[in-house]
Design a protein around this ligand. Structure first.
Ligand SMILES: [Zn+2]
Length: 572
């Protein structure tokens, strides 16, 4: 039988308490059939509370610690209840997240768990970078789905959401990009309304195809094929080029006067870079110079904004970028506030061994979304707990947080793992994974999900065709997940977080244990098609670029006229 739950707030609740109560109510309703009511404790409300089997009181309480929370036993109108206290607005939200994950869920009811105590985050910048492009989930999903997703990420401890905001977004004459302006503004408004910090990541010398030839960039070395070379770029060492860029960015920033960004990340490569004699080495010369000029302009508009200089792919291969940056920052790093480093594989050695240039706080940029799977998310969920545990070991205690890089929702488990590293640097990935599995799939499924994820991680290798050759059939994650599915509630089994994991195991089984395992002309086999189509539905990926939608469906879908021709785009 469905139970009654009362969420108790003060008689005239702070908007932060009302907002957290609404999140809690929505999540409980979504996860079980319990009847939930929000009760402001005022005369005459005791009856409503008395009828409830579970009573949860929400309150703000200064002194717990910035963005921290406490969960404890207490009283509401004279009867026992559970109290979730937040130090501040975000702390209360994170407390609600912990309460939800600690509870035991059935189809009809939920029972709050036994966890009591206080928890305060260690990392101060617990961000996420949503690469909103290529018609991936972040660009294509309807606003309600996006809003719900941001809310659910925040429940794991995230406190900042940044988007990709390329030049052209501001320009009505570039409709394919301009269409995103209101979406970006909507996402920023929503995130801010939850108390999250917001901002952008951008490549400061990216131009557009119609820029005059005289201000264009020069190619740069990319011997390791890691820096990328997407899009038209402007040389910022040419005075006219520099002016063109600063004018263009000023126009773009004017669209956010009422939504001042808290963070702007300046990104060197992939869509940016210039290899001319004045700009190279890019990271410590051209890029640094235009980033500082950009940050100075932006800071005049948005005085509280903090600027994150990314050192992504610096010295890959070595060209003096880290040394140059250290030299440039020896006499002060202003107006840059953070250095954000990562190289998709091991963390770069330079800042760990020689110190961070300018003594700035360091952030990481873990690649949680692409590694070992092409197309990204193309076969479903990509949980990589062992990988991220290993990489976290390289930076634990050395970073103030970071912005994991995400192209879609298939990396949801990785997002939770990294968010919890930032919250508590000593919390093992395996523990977060177990909490995730218990919460999303139910306590009876945890052991099988953990066993399946270990198999899925082992079989997720970069070049499937080559590296799996000769290994024989893979151990079957599907068997574990099928057993877990039998122990889950129908709601959990229908949830997209389950479907993307289960579909991955089904596709792996078909892919790795059949004669079609080498992705030849016969892939996808007919048995795979409905599974891949379901993934596309979940990702809202009907119009997505090949990189962010299940593989080879373009060919099938073009045949029945459902998908546009594939496009290519920058990774970031
Ligand atoms: Zn140049």
């Amino acid at each position: 039988m469905a139970i009654r739950v009362s969420i108790v707030t003060p008689a005239s609740p702070d908007p932060a308490v009302s907002a957290a109560a609404a999140v809690l109510e929505r999540q409980i309703r979504q996860r079980c059939a319990a009847m939930v009511s929000i009760v402001a404790t005022a005369p005459g409300t005791a009856t409503a509370i008395e009828a409830a089997q579970a009573v949860i009181r929400l309150e703000l309480r200064a002194g717990i610690g910035v963005e921290g929370f406490a969960i404890e036993d207490g009283q509401a109108d004279g009867r026992p209840c559970l109290v979730v206290a937040g130090n501040d607005r975000l702390g209360l939200l994170y407390g609600v997240g912990k309460l939800l994950r600690d509870a035991t869920w059935s189809e009809e009811a939920f029972a709050p768990g036994a966890w009591r105590g206080k928890s305060v985050p260690v990392g101060t910048v617990r961000g996420i970078y949503l690469a909103s492009h290529m018609m991936n989930f972040y660009e294509a999903a309807p606003p309600e789905a996006l809003h719900r997703y941001i809310e659910e990420m925040a429940l794991w401890g995230t406190n900042a959401v940044i988007l990709h905001c390329p030049l052209g977004t501001e320009d009505p004459a570039a409709p394919s990009m301009h269409k995103n302006l209101e979406k970006y503004r909507g996402m920023m408004r929503l995130a801010r309304s939850m108390g999250l910090r917001t901002g952008f990541l951008l490549e400061p010398n990216v131009g557009r195809e119609d820029i005059p030839p005289e201000i264009r960039y020069s190619p740069y070395p990319d011997d390791l094929k890691k820096r990328g070379d997407a899009g038209m770029k402007v040389c910022p060492s040419k005075p006219a080029g520099r002016q063109w860029l600063l004018d263009a960015w000023t126009k773009l920033l004017a669209n956010f006067d009422d939504l001042p960004p808290d963070f702007i990340g300046l990104f060197p490569y992939d869509a940016g870079g210039c290899g001319c004699a004045e700009c190279w080495p890019w990271g410590s010369r051209g890029f640094l110079s235009i980033s500082r000029a950009f940050a100075e302009i932006a800071r005049q508009k948005f005085p509280a904004c903090r600027f994150v200089l990314s050192a992504w792919m610096f010295d890959m291969p070595p060209c003096g970028e880290w040394e140059g940056l250290a030299r440039e920052f020896a006499n002060g790093a202003a107006p840059i506030d953070f250095i954000m480093a990562d190289d998709d594989e091991d963390f770069p050695h330079h800042p760990l061994e020689k110190g961070v240039p300018g003594g700035l706080p360091l952030l990481n940029f873990p690649e949680i979304t692409m590694w070992g799977m092409w197309p990204w998310g193309g076969y479903g969920a990509n949980p990589l707990p062992a990988r991220f545990q290993r990489l976290w070991g390289q930076v634990r205690g050395k970073v103030a947080g970071g912005f994991p890089y995400s192209e879609g929702i298939w990396d949801d488990i990785n997002k939770a793992i990294v968010a919890q590293f930032y919250w508590d640097p000593n919390r093992p990935a395996a523990e977060t994974l177990a909490e995730y599995a218990r919460y999303e799939y139910g306590p009876e499924s945890v052991d099988d999900v953990l066993a399946a994820v270990a198999i899925l991680e082992r079989t997720q290798v970069g070049k499937w065709q080559a590296q799996l050759q000769g290994q024989g059939p893979s151990p079957d994650a599907f068997d574990h997940l099928q057993r877990a599915a039998g122990r889950m509630t129908p709601r959990a089994r229908a949830g997209w977080r389950w479907r993307i994991l289960f579909l991955r195991s089904q596709l792996d089984r078909l892919r790795l244990n059949s004669e079609h395992r080498f992705l030849g002309e016969h892939w996808p086999t007919p048995a795979c098609v409905p599974l891949l189509k379901e993934l596309i539905e979940i990702y809202h990926g009907q119009g997505a670029a090949n990189a962010v939608r299940p593989p080879l469906l373009a060919r099938l879908a073009q045949a029945d006229g459902k998908l546009p021709a594939p496009e290519s785009a920058a990774r970031r």
